[in-house]
Design a protein around this ligand. Structure first.
Ligand code: MN
Length: 399
């Protein structure tokens, strides 16, 4: 068996080559690697370039698309050439034994709201009796600035937040642990190349700035969120933690997943219309305590990441290397494709039945949520994003 054996169905075939930051063992220095099959190739030793000895991908991402293409070409050649196997062996580590770190030093974090089904469901649940979509929704990709400093890597436990909660029948809020802790299954885009303040980034420059794609879990405390969000949007109901996957799938690995986005009516303004089409056929999977509860389809999102990037900078706001912008909850037209427990349980009124015999509406302490995604790979077959997992800890002082 070659050192680079890739098991059938692996998330990490040679057509993927996602980047991450790892330590070969606990306490060892973090460095950049790519996943291939069930192993990690250490780029700091294999390519011997200082940029890969860095504890984040930022330095490499800042180098830009021609360099990304060049390194990808080099790595593709190395992992597909049987004669190179021996040369590679000294730089490979089993995936199961490495420690993964946050791959990106997150600069700014923005979260969008791009699924029409999700926005419609939220409207029904949070603003019953009014139009589910706000009048601006089909004119611009709605978003808010999140908290970059609380973005954590997969495997980091998430403590249940405390805050002000008020039920519709209660006259005043009370303080305590969130009773409606939820997730949002999302797809995140990582910016490599910065832009200049005062200059908009045109929609067709998307691939010149965006390095790659991660899975995002936008943990959300619905009771805190629903009381605080009018009129300035989400704040403490979401800022306590956002988890991302450890592997960043290069945009270049997703060429075969590109699709035509859903038709947009009304036609968006010209800065939101590009020549390139950036809908992506990613199938997400949401698993709670071992039971798959949803398979959200990313290709149905109303606004694309290219439109979001153009919108985010149209006022002259600049990009920084390490910026992360997430899609918003991925919810498809069918209920089995809804990406939050708020929607899946219809605000707690329809419990989900798990394979272990238990029922859930919102998350309980000790619950583990795992997100996965797969996409068509260039040359056939599929590639995956690995796992994004997080376990809920009791609220502070309640363990
Ligand atoms: Mn979100």
């Amino acid at each position: 068996m070659s050192a680079l054996f890739v098991p059938p169905g692996s998330d990490f075939p040679a057509a993927n080559l996602p980047y991450g930051v790892f330590s070969p063992g606990p306490g060892e220095r973090p460095r950049v690697g790519v996943a291939i099959g069930e192993q990690v190739l250490d780029l700091s030793s294999f390519l011997g370039d200082e940029v890969f000895s860095s504890p984040s991908l930022n330095a490499f991402m800042a180098e830009g698309p021609s360099r990304w293409t060049e390194v990808r070409r080099q790595l593709t050649a190395a992992v597909t050439d049987d004669r190179a196997t021996e040369e590679l062996a000294a730089h490979l580590h089993p995936l199961g034994s490495v420690v993964m770190h946050l791959p990106v030093e997150v600069a700014d974090y923005v979260d969008f709201y791009a699924s029409e089904q999700h926005a419609t469901n939220m409207g029904h649940l949070f603003r019953p009796g009014s139009e589910p979509l706000t009048p601006n929704w089909k004119h611009l990709p709605i978003g808010y600035h999140g908290r970059a400093g609380t973005v954590v890597v997969s495997g980091t436990p998430v403590r249940r937040p405390c805050g002000q909660r008020k039920g519709p029948a209660e006259p005043a809020p009370s303080f305590g642990p969130s009773a409606k802790l939820d997730i949002e299954a999302e797809v995140g885009f990582v910016v490599g190349v910065a832009s200049t303040q005062g200059e908009a980034v045109p929609i067709d420059s998307f691939a010149e700035h965006v390095f790659g794609v991660v899975l995002v879990n936008d943990w959300s405390a619905r009771d805190i969120h629903s009381f605080e969000y009018v009129p300035l949007g989400p704040f403490l109901g979401k800022s306590f933690a956002t988890s991302i996957s450890p592997w960043v799938v290069p945009l270049q690995a997703l060429e075969a997943a590109r699709r035509t986005p859903p038709a947009q009516d009304p036609r968006p303004l010209s800065y939101l219309r590009g020549r390139e089409e950036w809908a992506l056929e990613l199938t997400l999977e949401v698993e709670l305590n071992g039971t798959v509860v949803a398979r959200p389809p990313f290709s149905e999102m109303y606004w694309t990441a290219a439109q979001q990037l153009a919108h985010m900078t149209v006022n002259g706001a600049s990009l920084r290397t390490g910026d992360l912008f997430a899609s918003g909850t991925v919810s498809g037209a069918e209920a089995e494709g809804w990406g939050s427990f708020l929607e899946l349980s219809w605000n707690g009124s329809r419990p989900l039945h798990l394979d272990d015999g238990s029922e859930r509406t919102f998350l309980e302490d000790g619950d583990t949520v795992v997100l996965r995604a797969s996409a068509p790979a260039v040359g056939g077959g599929r590639l995956g994003f690995g796992e994004l997992s997080g376990t809920v800890l009791p609220a502070a002082g309640r363990s």
